[in-house]
Design a protein around this ligand. Sequence first.
Ligand code: PLP
Length: 412
Amino acid sequence: MRDLSRNEALVSRAQRVIPGGMWGHQNAASLPPGYPQYFSHAKGCHLWDVDGNRYVDFVCSWGPIILGHCHEAVDEAARAQAARGDCLNGPGAVMVELAELFVATIAHADWVQFKKNGNDATTSAVTIARAGTGRRKILVARGSYHGSAPWCSPSVLGVTAEDRAHIIAFEYNDSESLARAAEQAKGDLAGIIVTAFRHDIGRDQELPDPEFARRARGICDEEEAALIVDDVRAGFRLHTGGSWETLGVRPDLSSWSKAISNGYALAALTGNERFRAPAAAVFSTGSFWTAAVAMAASVATIRALLRDDAVAHMTRLGERLRGGLDALSRRHGIAIRQTGPVQMPMLLIADDPDCRKGFAFCSAAIEQGVYFHPTHNMFLSAAHTEADIDQALEAAAHGFRAVQALHALAAE
Ligand SMILES: Cc1ncc(COP(=O)(O)O)c(C=O)c1O
């Protein structure tokens, strides 16, 4: 058993001074037994908790780490900018360099604005869609996560009906449901916001059906509304030009964050010519939105992603992990479902409505030094190697044996 005593001491101190000990999905209390809350350092795809236990990381800080933790070129660019200044009276010259790189890299983008969190980028997209169309209704897929603002939070605590008065739900990948929602909004449709693929927590992932994506584009064209792709989570892991490039469907607006600067706090909203004027007109800012260090980190991140073809690397290793997990699950007689893009692996165990099996699997794996997630999609990075995947598969074998033990108990 790993020692987690320092972690436990911090958890109990935090209970007194932080409501609930920790906020959001990062609260380790919602993870399987044995997951640490506090970490001391990380390098590449390895992560150490405050008690010194090392893990192969398949959560990658919930997406931001795409090149690996503490990537040398990115950190060097950040350090060089920090020595010149970060939070100034306005942006550094690096903002223009980064904006040019975004516009050159992302296929639909004629312009970009920078922000801090994904939530800033999705909320700005909705505001600019409304400003540009002069309409109010936004269509949102039921269960999709776009952030924690009142218009989109999965929690309704503290949210008023007015906050969501102009939000209409549809089912992801269901063109008819989308068309019905658009009909309901007829004459007042500002936009459709849709995640790059269906990556809702606790359920099988779904790649976007090309027909659904084309229908969304068609509705927005007919109604002169904005098609918004929320690429906050998937951005740069599926395609560096934008996740819907492989479908041949381009959004009007797209939200980015997480992986764009390999762990430095930055978000972006990209748009086409149609929405340039409303983007310039809407008042939108934040005290730290011009901070230069994250922008320098982002320039270095995007250059490294393009130079090293990180998407191909993550895809190759993701296939190795998926194939290995499939083979192991068959060998242990445990039915599983693996869905979504291999670079963002999702593993659910069959017949597991309360997730007891998923938790047992993950608790056994973390004991072996591999940090999986039982209900959320996971993330690969350019720093994972074949040896890391093989270590993950060895840990997964322990996980499958833990599930076998649960089956044996249930059969008694
Ligand atoms: C698809 C998507 N949109 C928006 C957000 C919100 O981003 P942030 O947590 O940086 O505000 C997230 C965060 O997980 C996300 O996955």
